[in-house]
Design a binder for this molecule. Sequence first.
Ligand code: HEM
Length: 630
Amino acid sequence: MRYILLHRFISIKGTDMEYASILYNSKRFREGSRRLPKPKRTQSLFQLLSEVRGRHLALLQAERLEYRRGNTESERRSERETRYSIASYTTYAMENIMEATRRSVLDLMSAAGTTMSQYTVATACIVILVGMLILKSVLGNKLRLPPGPRGLPMIGHLHLLGTAPHQTLLAMSQKHGHIIRLNFGVYPTVVVSSPDLAREVLKTQDQHLASRPTFESGKILAYDNQSTSLRPYGDKWRMMRKIMSTELLSGKRIEQSQKIRTEELRNTVEDILSDGHNGQLVDIDAKLTALVLNQTTRFNFRRRYYGTKRTDVAEGAEAFQDLVKVIGGTSFFFPGEFFPFLKFLDLGGVEKKMRKLAHQADVFYSSILASHRNPDGSYIPKDSVDMDFVDVLLAFQRDNTNEFFISDDQIKASIQDVIIASSSTSSASMIWGLAELMRNPGVLKKAQQELDEVVGRERVVEEGDLARLPYLRAMVKETFRLHPVLPLLLPHQSDVDVKIGGYDIPAGTRVMVNTYAIGRDPSIWKSALDFTPERFLGSSIDVKGQNFELLPFGAGRRMCVGFNLGLVTVEYGLAQILHCCDLQLPEGISPKDVNMDEQSGASVTRTQTLMLRVSPRLPPHVYAKAGMQI
Ligand code: HEM
């Protein structure tokens, strides 16, 4: 406390407070200070203060540099140890400023009544000044925090969130306003729910809010939060993001991978129609999940792990499918995530389960890396069109001219990132779209009519046709509006004190944008809860992060790096299925009975599996021409 109060008059800035508390809480830091010699009695308060200030600022500067580099917590810790001596001196000096101040006061008292020396007068002035500054920082620095519901001691508002937090937060914003402040365990969190506030977070203040919180689950499951999506904002994050956007997700690479998308889609249509033969119900969730996972793993490391009738399913397919199922079924909600001081108890054994899962996943990622390193030490030539994402990362690792080294763990974290980020989102979006179409047969009919008019019935739809299918694309936007699969985006975190909507948001606050609430706001959207793609026809509203009323991929620095790929995957996938398949609800179920209940996991999905009757829509020779055996 003394450290923090003194800190405030040495350098009064939010981020510094965060660094200071990290340092103050470090055990080695405090131990170090005890080993240092006592201050000289002759050292004046002035001398002590200026020395402390110099050393203290050097330390803060170094700490800031680490933050800017985007180092994870363990990387920051190890670098901090090397600056241990500066840190310990600072604490030692802080302790002794108190001592010097006490001595000055005693001097002042003993000087009273006798001749006051110049030194005593100056010291008295400083003591008064320091006292005033401390008082100001304690009393005068009242923050204007956003409103919010009353929370419970310790747990804050965690108990209110339920199984679909975005819905609870929408209800709270209707009661308390478009910006609310909550505590999730020990973490203060601000949630905004209007386009204007979203713009402030993701555009105006983007620079200060582009970091991510440190997740306890990410420490275990994402190699100490080393994935692009979880890394703190800084140089290392920038480097990984650049590799992803230029090497993996550039327009050219997406175009080159069109063949993979087409082949996998045709396999899926074949599979769906074969399963639906004789009026059998088809598990659409399973088919679309397998589709996107095959597209993703082929695109990133040339393997496919799903497909019952095909021979090119890779070795270890069962292990991969099990892994995906376990990740999907694991709850990342555990007490240690919100109360780090309870972590050692591992209540419910969740942490133990996560460690087992992390080990299982690591074995799989290690095998992918091994298969990309030829036994004779040769590699796929740089700039070859056959290079996949893992090849690109390994080439980067070998190139020692780069500013940062990419470790194997970092590559594994990136493989996991692309698998989770691309598959769970794209398949869930397609399933939501199909469920809405089954609830709205008029929209389904219009979308299929457009396909027949533009593509006809003598060939199957191609990715190049999408530009000429405005209704289908409007239908996809409407799906994103009502069913954003990451409705709160990923949490952002402020790294300095900022203002949002006129409220003070102290450094270290987690900030979320409720795109679900924005998408359903009746003051923005007419008949907000109806599924009406027509609202986007002739409208300039897009999903590319420029229109803050529609943000399925976020906006700004942390916007989804794969949004182009995600969008084309969803549009092309839906177009192909709608064009090739006649879709019917199970007998006895009417459109209004289609259940739209939601559950939150890696992304927001339907609670019920979408089961449909499916039959061919096109003449048999068209499927044969496209290489499908129907
Ligand atoms: C329909 C499909 C997709 C949707 C709806 C979606 C949505 C999102 C959203 C909302 C975010 C968080 C933005 C924020 O925090 O402000 C995000 C981040 C991310 N997405 Fe996607 N995404 C999709 C597909 C993909 C694909 C195909 C990839 C490809 C690899 C991908 C990779 C990522 C990554 C790496 C991040 C983290 C970016 C960062 O923190 O810098 N996503 N996505």
